[in-house]
Design a protein around this ligand. Structure first.
Ligand SMILES: Cc1ncc(COP(=O)(O)O)c(C=O)c1O
Length: 445
């Protein structure tokens, strides 16, 4: 379609990878970007460098975790220091207590925590915990929400053409045809509903009286673009959960430590019973956590719901988490305030540029993470998000890449900000977005 840039070394590596490395990427989403995945050699600050010698300003940040940017000195110093002392001991160590304390101070619903290595695991831990506490099995999962790739949550995420997911009033759960191997009976334990609609949740509690252990939700829906809760929605979920003896779980994998140190529960003022998260916790090292009140966490403390894992709370993850939390807390959370401000500035400016070029975009999000998608209308749930002009998104993304800007490969369209993004990065990026919109205007899309 035009004069697209070539990435010959990456293309060759991708072809070679297919012989020994299934899919050629570690996580499926990485394979969807055009023209093909790019092989990166290193990152520094806000920049990424590929095997063809290209430099990119990075707004993907490994899908969110790199809140301090690539190779932040303070984080790597902390990890290096720990490396010399050991990585994991098969016994507890003092850093676990320090990080637990920092998390309990930061996250409103936490009085006690424990650790995981990935978001997918943390979600499993909190589902088990909620079931153990309530003695009930079912949970409410919302359409379009992603809670990791395990069978018991990987459905009704992103329906393919032709998949029947019913109507808003009568939604149908969908096990996606594009992922074989997901057990169908996981649907026995779930009630699937559209998000941002309290009536559906009210009906679910009416139809499944005393069966629902938990409502599992992202407080800001961040896996279908970014969708803010309608005014009163989270408060309504809070009330319905309490009235019906169920627990409210916030999956703050993306939102935690980002819009506010205490996550969306702090910025939006609704406190769940249980929270799991947080991509940003290790700043790029794999450590996640979950937690709740002392009363709820007693179930774990008393070994009434098994929590296990070879690397849970390992010393490297904890050293990283301590450094990140310490850095984020400094100067009354100056980093978080700044990335929210520059994110909001970018949202406004990208919106204005799109308008200048007559291109319909929808830009949503709290600031430090936001999405740019090609919709004319507002987006309140997965169904609204569906009719995006995906081809436009892929062209936008590829043109940005060709001009040195690295963003999310698929139409979810998330942009992540980090402490390493400079004012110059932002103004340069906006200049390029202007140029890219002008090119798109001239293409018959
Ligand atoms: C809200 C949410 N929950 C859970 C996960 C799974 O986390 P992980 O990829 O670390 O397993 C993700 C991943 O993006 C996520 O966005």
């Amino acid at each position: 379609m035009g004069n697209w840039k070539e990435y010959p070394q990456s293309r060759k590596m991708y072809e070679k990878a297919q012989e020994v490395f299934a899919m050629g990427v570690g996580s499926q989403v990485q394979s969807f970007g055009r023209p093909h995945p790019l092989y990166m050699t290193h990152g520094r600050g806000s920049r990424l460098y590929d095997v063809d010698g290209n430099e990119f300003t990075d707004y993907l940040l490994n899908y969110g975790p790199l809140i301090l940017g690539h190779c932040p000195q303070v984080l790597h110093d902390a990890v290096r220091e720990q490396l010399d002392k050991g990585t994991a001991f098969g016994e507890p160590h003092p850093l676990q207590i320090e990080v637990s304390k920092l998390l309990v101070d930061a996250i409103p619903c936490f009085e006690m925590v424990n650790f995981n290595n990935t978001g997918s695991e943390a979600v499993q831990a909190v589902l088990r915990l909620a079931r153990a506490v309530t003695g009930r099995t079912k949970f409410i999962k919302f359409e379009g929400h992603y809670h990791g790739w395990m069978d018991n949550v990987f459905f009704s995420f992103h329906p393919d053409q032709g998949e029947d997911f019913g109507s808003r009033a009568e939604p149908k759960p969908v096990i996606h045809g594009y992922s074989k191997g997901v057990a169908r009976n996981v649907l026995d334990n779930v009630v699937v509903l559209p998000w941002n609609d309290l009536e559906g949740v009210r009906n679910a509690f009416r139809n499944h009286r005393n069966e629902i252990a938990a409502i599992l939700t992202e407080p800001i829906m961040s896996n279908c673009g970014i969708i803010m809760p309608r005014p009163g929605y989270l408060e309504g979920l809070r009330q319905l959960a309490t009235e019906n003896g169920a627990l409210l779980i916030f999956d703050e994998t993306i939102t935690g430590l980002r819009g506010a140190l205490g996550g969306a529960q702090e910025s939006l003022g609704v406190i769940p019973d249980i929270t799991c998260g947080f991509k940003a916790l290790g700043g790029g090292f794999p450590i996640f956590a979950y937690g709740a009140s002392r009363e709820i966490m007693q179930v774990v403390s008393r070994r009434q719901a098994v929590h296990a894992g070879t690397f849970n709370g390992n010393a490297i993850g904890c050293a990283a988490a301590k450094a990140v939390l310490t850095e984020l807390k400094k100067d009354n959370c100056a980093i978080i305030r700044r990335i929210n401000d520059i994110g909001k500035h970018m949202m406004e400016e990208i919106g204005a540029l799109a308008k200048k070029h007559g291109i319909a975009v929808r830009i949503q999000g709290p600031g430090s993470v936001f999405c740019v998608s090609f919709h004319e209308h507002e987006i309140w749930d997965m169904r609204d998000a569906f009719d995006q002009e995906n081809e436009k998104y892929f062209v936008f993304r590829e043109l940005l890449l060709d001009h040195g800007i690295h963003i999310f490969p698929t139409e979810k369209g998330l942009w992540y900000l980090s402490a390493a993004h400079t004012d110059e990065d932002i103004s340069n990026t906006l200049r390029i977005v202007d140029k890219v919109f002008a090119i798109m205007k001239g293409m018959s899309l």
